[in-house]
Design a protein around this ligand. Structure first.
Ligand SMILES: [Mg+2]
Length: 225
């Protein structure tokens, strides 16, 4: 199949089994190292959090602080986060979501080009996929360390792949994923394995919305249409 299929990572391909995650702690660590400020990363502090890129989260966490958010400082902060994550991530803290392995395997067999669009800093994204044994399906993507805006991450992934919007599909669990796809004329599939319902994903413009990625047949027939 001459198509490109892009996947978000968090709550689309995998999820954390812990309530307090290493990724969340990496934000506090990176910000302390680069800006000397203690911030606690809580899901309530940033609303709505789901679908924000790591750079956007850093900016949100420092919104009330009088610090200068230069590009270099943000880059430095991301480097610290990366180091923290790679050092502290516990094996088995993540799990692949139902159906992902089967779906990726089938897409691979059909020679579909697979890519990532994730708000994760690149090294953190790869580490997460490695932990749930899904890394080998992917070789490129648009990552949160490439740009702050998710639509820009889609553009980056498209550019790397050479595909144009009309032959591209994007899977994600939040309205932010759907909007970023739409902005690039990509067909979008919402999956309700994150905090949003099928209805919310459809309302945000998803071309298809699914409870999980388990129904491989339905997904393949949509990708064929
Ligand atoms: Mg997500």
């Amino acid at each position: 199949m001459n198509i490109l299929v892009l996947f978000d990572i968090d709550k689309t391909l995998l999820r954390s089994k812990l309530t307090s995650t290493t990724h969340a702690k990496a934000f506090s660590y990176g910000i302390k190292q680069s800006f000397g400020i203690e911030v606690e990363f809580t899901y309530k502090a940033i609303h709505p959090l789901p679908g924000l890129t790591d750079q956007q989260i850093i900016k949100h966490l420092l919104e009330q602080e009088s610090v200068e958010l230069t590009e270099n400082k943000i880059k430095e902060c991301m480097k610290h986060m990366e180091k923290y994550y790679i050092t502290n991530m516990q094996k088995g803290e993540l799990e692949a979501l139902p159906g992902t392995k089967k779906l990726l395997e089938q897409l691979k067999q059909k020679n579909v080009t697979l890519g990532l669009v994730t708000g994760n800093i690149e090294a953190i994204g790869w580490k997460k996929l490695e932990d749930v044994h899904l890394k080998h399906y992917f070789s490129f993507g648009g990552f949160g360390s490439d740009a702050a805006d998710r639509a820009e991450l889609v553009r980056i992934a498209l550019k790397k792949s050479g595909y144009q919007g009309n032959n591209v599909f994007l899977f994600g669990d939040t309205p932010r994923d759907i909007t970023a796809g739409k902005e690039n004329n990509v067909k979008t599939i919402g999956v309700a394995t994150g905090p949003y319902t099928i209805k919310e994903l459809k309302d945000s413009g998803a071309n298809l919305a699914l409870e999980t990625l388990e129904n491989t047949e339905q997904i393949l027939s949509f990708l064929n249409s």
